[in-house]
Design a protein. Structure first.
Length: 69
């Protein structure tokens, strides 16, 4: 399974919303506010966040894509 790298918070949000990648590496210096916002918004919907070698990895396995309103 390929991991897609997000280079900023906006790109990470876009990739998660689209559901196009099952693993997203947060390849940027994420601050605590952005981390906890991302975690609270997406982990409740089934996303998992783990620590990779250098960056956090958001896994969307079993993740349900939210509807486009």
């Amino acid at each position: 399974m390929n991991t897609v790298k997000a280079i900023n918070h906006q790109q990470a949000e876009t990739l998660i919303r689209s559901g196009s990648a099952k693993k997203i590496e947060l390849a940027y210096d994420i601050d605590s506010d952005d981390f906890f916002q991302l975690a609270s918004q997406w982990c409740d919907q089934g996303a998992k966040i783990s620590k990779g070698k250098k960056h956090f990895i958001v896994s969307l396995k079993g993740f349900r894509i939210p509807p486009n309103d």
